[in-house]
Design a protein around this ligand. Structure first.
Ligand code: 2P0
Length: 323
């Protein structure tokens, strides 16, 4: 029996599209910031007495396709460790308000950590990152803290994350704006598949990412939050253009997403530097240097409500222990 705690991450240069659906090999590299505020703690216990895997999330039994994804990852662990026992999985998502940023990134990283440890596999962090990837792409990066690169690679051996700066020694922070915390209608898995298959702009995406990866690593080395934010904002808009230009087109934005984007642009026009990024949902994350925290926070709170805001700082990598 073992437990793991993994934090979620927000991509500054996004992953959007797979070249192998089964192994979850992405079309491109990506780069993210692991956050302190949002994490998952998961305990896995393999037990011969169980007839099937039992998965609890926040005290509720999980069924259907979500439970099957968990069993698929457990099957990989069982196969590698010659275990046949089914597992009891008890997972808790720690999010400050009514869900919404509960992410498959922290969930599958924690599951990979706890399951591999409980099964007696001695995985190093690269091995853990590769295993987490089999659950969900973004989980690949949540094994590490701080700024993390997922190197796309070509196969199971070569697709894993590497730390760029685990202990972030400059002022980058994010405010998460909780716009709509309900389950999204179009999963990222399906959404990215549609973009790859039908957007005429998708063929430009690998070029965009290749350029942004070089630029963002330079900006990180220079500890230039404004440059990092500007790259992230442009990259996010270009990712979302791949959903709008799919056939049929779709978007994760809602009206409050656009409102939050406008507030960020207005703050910038008034000399308070901050930048937005969005993932496969309507919530907006605002990137800024901590010297601007009060100015950014008070303006967002005035216009959107303080109850919808969460300040997040760079967070740590995975921790795993035996119970
Ligand atoms: C990212 N996102 O880089 C991108 C940006 C959302 C937008 O990774 O199919 O849950 O499980 O690999 O990782 C969300 O997609 O998708 C995601 P799967 P995942 O963070």
């Amino acid at each position: 029996m073992a437990t793991a705690k993994a934090h979620t991450n927000i991509a500054l240069v996004k992953y959007w599209g797979k070249k192998d659906q089964e192994l979850i090999i992405p079309q491109t590299d990506s780069l993210s910031l692991t956050l302190d505020e949002f994490y998952t703690t998961t305990t896995v216990d393999f037990d011969q007495e169980l007839a099937s895997d039992q998965v609890m999330i926040n005290g509720q039994q999980l069924g259907g396709p979500a439970a099957r994804k968990v069993t698929r990852l457990l099957d990989i662990v069982r196969q590698r460790s010659d275990l046949t026992a089914r597992a009891r999985v008890d997972s808790h998502n720690h999010v400050p308000t009514a869900a919404g940023l509960a992410s498959s990134a922290s969930a599958f990283a924690a599951l990979a950590g706890a399951a591999s440890q409980a099964a007696g596999l001695q995985l190093d962090r690269r091995g853990l990152s590769r295993l987490a990837r089999r659950g969900s792409g973004s989980a690949t990066r949540s094994v590490y803290g701080g700024l993390v690169e997922w190197q796309a690679g070509n196969d199971d051996q070569t697709s894993y994350a590497v730390p760029i700066m685990e202990e972030v020694d400059f002022g980058i922070e994010m405010i998460a704006i909780l716009i709509d915390t309900r389950q999204k209608k179009i999963s990222s898995r399906f959404g990215m598949q549609q973009s790859v298959a039908t957007s005429p702009y998708y063929r430009l995406w690998p070029e965009v990412v290749a350029h942004d990866m070089v630029a963002v690593k330079k900006a990180i080395a220079a500890r230039d939050v404004d440059q990092i934010g500007a790259i992230a904002e442009e990259n996010a808009l270009r990712m979302h253009a791949l959903t709008l230009s799919a056939a049929p087109g779709f978007t994760y934005f809602d009206s409050d997403t656009l409102k939050a984007m406008a507030i960020v642009r207005e703050l910038r026009a008034n000399g308070i530097n901050c930048y937005f990024t969005m993932d496969a949902g309507p919530n907006v994350k605002v990137i800024y240097d901590r010297v601007n925290r009060e100015a950014v926070y008070s303006s967002l709170a005035d216009q959107l409500g303080a109850d919808r805001l969460v300040v997040a700082k760079p967070g740590p990598g995975i921790k795993i222990w035996n119970d």
